[in-house]
Write a protein that binds this ligand. Structure first.
Ligand code: NAD
Length: 257
């Protein structure tokens, strides 16, 4: 198993990428700390893992709050004795996030608090724990929009993911010599409920699809497999990367077809 005897904490593990990653990590031998603000969803992830014979606990934590982040890291060490893998994955894409003119200050602040401060706080409390464990892997979920300007305006979201990518590079540089690797996992557009609700007609879907060389949306499970690689010792020489899993969208603006 690829994560035998490892302890992994995953934020936003009640849904989407976090959920698929939690189930996969447990199948690969990790003890998983499932973190979310949606208690029913988080508990459901834990139930599924334990029904499959894996190990997991649920911790309610809002990643934008320092006390909650301190508590979730403490829970990992108290329950499983260490922390080796920290997946700062929780993030929001606000329905009213728009261009500079139309995005309100409230939407901007909330997006930054969860998407950027949440990653900072996860690292603030998580890095000392990973140090105590003798090293490990931190994965921060950014997005392809950290590298590519998208035509559909989501200014706060895009800026927040750019911040996650640059924060990741600096963290990776600072902690490289103490055996702590830090990578930004950057998904392309996924066939998730959130995006499909937004691209709710064939015309809208096709307008987005034309920019993806593979001609399809990604699946959350495909991001989970990338997280597994970055979490495991197989990626022992990979740090500070902008790890794109995006069907080629950042490599080519127009598809050959
Ligand atoms: P999702 O909405 O399915 O899951 C996010 C989870 O995070 C939810 O369970 C939610 O309850 C939880 N959450 C929200 N705010 C929180 C907070 N303050 N503290 C703790 N948990 C919180 O989303 P997803 O598609 O799985 O996205 C996960 C990450 O991937 C996000 O950072 C997102 O920005 C990024 N991403 C998604 C896509 C996509 O197309 N879906 C593309 C690129 C990047």
């Amino acid at each position: 198993m690829r994560l035998q005897d490892k302890v992994a904490l995953i934020t936003g593990a009640g849904s989407g990428i976090g959920y698929h990653t939690a189930v996969l990590f447990a199948q690969e031998g990790a003890s998983v700390v499932v973190v979310d603000v949606n208690d029913a969803a988080g508990q459901k992830t834990v139930d599924e893992i334990t029904q499959q014979g894996g190990k997991a606990i649920y911790v309610h934590a809002d990643v934008s709050k320092a006390a909650d982040c301190e508590k979730m890291i403490q829970a990992a060490e108290d329950t499983y004795g260490a922390l080796h893998i920290l997946f700062n994955n929780a993030g929001i894409s606000h329905a009213n996030d728009d261009d500079a003119i139309n995005t309100t200050e409230d939407v901007w602040d909330l997006t930054m608090q969860i998407n950027v401060k949440g990653v900072f706080l996860g690292c603030k409390y998580g890095i000392p724990a990973i140090r105590r464990a003798g090293g490990g892997s931190i994965i921060n979920t950014a997005s392809f929009v950290a590298s590519l300007g998208a035509a559909t305006p989501q200014l706060a979201y895009t800026a927040s993911k750019g911040a996650v990518l640059s924060m990741t590079r600096e963290l990776a540089t600072i902690h490289a010599r103490e055996g702590i690797r830090v990578n930004a996992l950057c998904p392309g557009p996924l066939r998730t409920e959130l995006l499909m609700k937004y691209l709710n007609t064939d015309e809208k879907k096709n307008r987005r699809l034309v920019h993806i060389p593979m001609g399809r949306f990604g699946e959350a499970k495909e991001i989970a497999y990338a997280a597994l690689y970055l979490a495991s010792d197989e990626s022992s020489f990979v740090t500070g990367s902008n790890f794109l899993v995006d069907g080629g969208i950042t490599a080519a603006y127009v598809t050959p077809e």
